[in-house]
Design a protein around this ligand. Structure first.
Ligand code: AMP
Ligand code: MG
Length: 336
């Protein structure tokens, strides 16, 4: 299904009109690749452009957008818009930028659909687990219970009419780490399209957004997941256009204490990092969705995760559950 997104691409139209297999316009496009670090990872932009100047200008504009979103949403800078919001008096509606409101609204939608498995109010607990990663000391259950009193997606109120955000209990701290990279990839792709460069791919480690395919091709070839881990299975190749894919879980970021591995993805119901070895790849139309749903379904596990993805019109998923040296693969019914 996803391989056929936007089948009538620019190339398809032109090929049909000329009755030939390529055109002077697409022939003259060259491939360019640019990399920049943002949001604690490396963003890669691959695009097709008529010349290097056009390519570089487009990539610069796209990276500038990503950098602006990073400055807005980072929880490492106390002055970011997100961090300033967390310091406002409890119960006061705060007017935020359109983009911050947009990403919070999309976050809340996934929170509701996933019954709170995805929860951007998880901040206080994420911070605790960052400390745990440094110290190697597990948080006491009472400490986690205290932190969790400031967690819960329903404690975050959005007013779409006035574009205000209200944090309703003390000590709340928002964390957009589960959705920001996908959102930034979508926005960067939109900037490139606006610059006349629709044949582009934006990748931020596990989150990838693709626009129109390379010249003369129907799709981008996107390798996902680390299914080639211990089991020696090949990485999966997806063929995508006008689509997005995100992989979460079975983390590069984890802490191991007393022989137990805790993921950087937290189950909001317990405040504890996931211990099940699960890697989820979600495919959809927008990286904002695939990013958030990949994090959400990592928390939900295979059965509930598959059901959630199948309840959505445009999403598909691959779940790899690892158990010792073995891994078992589960897929949604929807194909791609
Ligand atoms: P991802 O790599 O997209 O799965 O996002 C993982 C990041 O999302 C973590 O490093 C945290 O910053 C944040 N996070 C952890 N647990 C959750 C959760 N249950 N819901 C939303 N965000 C989370
Ligand atoms: Mg995510």
């Amino acid at each position: 299904m996803f391989g056929h997104f936007g089948v009538l691409t620019l190339l398809g139209v032109m090929t049909w009109l000329s009755g030939c297999c390529s055109t002077p316009l697409t022939q003259s496009l060259q491939r360019f690749e640019f990399k920049q670090p943002h949001m604690g990872t490396l963003f890669t932009i691959t695009l097709y452009a008529p010349d290097e100047v056009r390519a570089r200008n487009g990539a610069d504009a796209a990276f500038a957008k990503i950098a602006a979103l990073d400055r807005m949403m980072t929880d490492y800078d106390p002055e970011s818009e997100l961090m300033q919001l967390s310091r406002k008096p409890v119960g006061d509606p705060v007017t935020v930028s359109d983009e911050l409101f947009d990403i919070l609204q999309q976050s809340q939608r996934v929170a509701e659909l996933s019954d709170g498995a995805f929860d951007v109010t998880i901040g206080p607990v994420v911070r605790q687990w960052r400390r745990t990663r440094r110290t190697g000391i597990l948080p006491a259950p009472e400490a986690l219970a205290r932190l969790r009193s400031a967690v819960g997606w329903q404690k975050l109120k959005l007013d779409p009419r006035n574009k205000t955000v209200t944090l309703t209990v003390p000590e709340m701290q928002l964390d957009l780490g589960g959705i920001a990279k996908g959102y930034a990839a979508d926005q960067a792709l939109a900037v490139l399209k606006g610059q006349g460069l629709p044949r582009a791919l934006v990748a931020a480690s596990g989150d990838i957004a693709v626009g129109e395919p390379p010249p003369g091709k129907r799709n981008w070839r996107v390798a996902v997941g680390k299914l080639d881990g211990k089991d020696g299975q090949p990485a999966r190749i997806l063929f995508l256009n006008h689509a997005a894919v995100s992989t979460s879980g079975d983390a590069e970021q984890f802490v191991e204490i007393g022989g137990q591995r805790y993921s950087h993805i937290i189950d909001p119901r317990t405040g504890v990092g996931l211990t099940e070895r699960l890697q989820v790849t979600v495919i959809g139309r927008r990286a904002t969705d695939t990013d958030a749903f990949a994090t959400a379904t990592s928390v939900l596990g295979v059965e509930r995760g598959v059901a959630l993805l199948e309840s959505q019109p445009d999403l598909a998923g691959i779940f790899v559950r690892k158990n010792g040296g073995d891994s078992k693969i589960f897929r949604t019914k929807r194909s791609y």
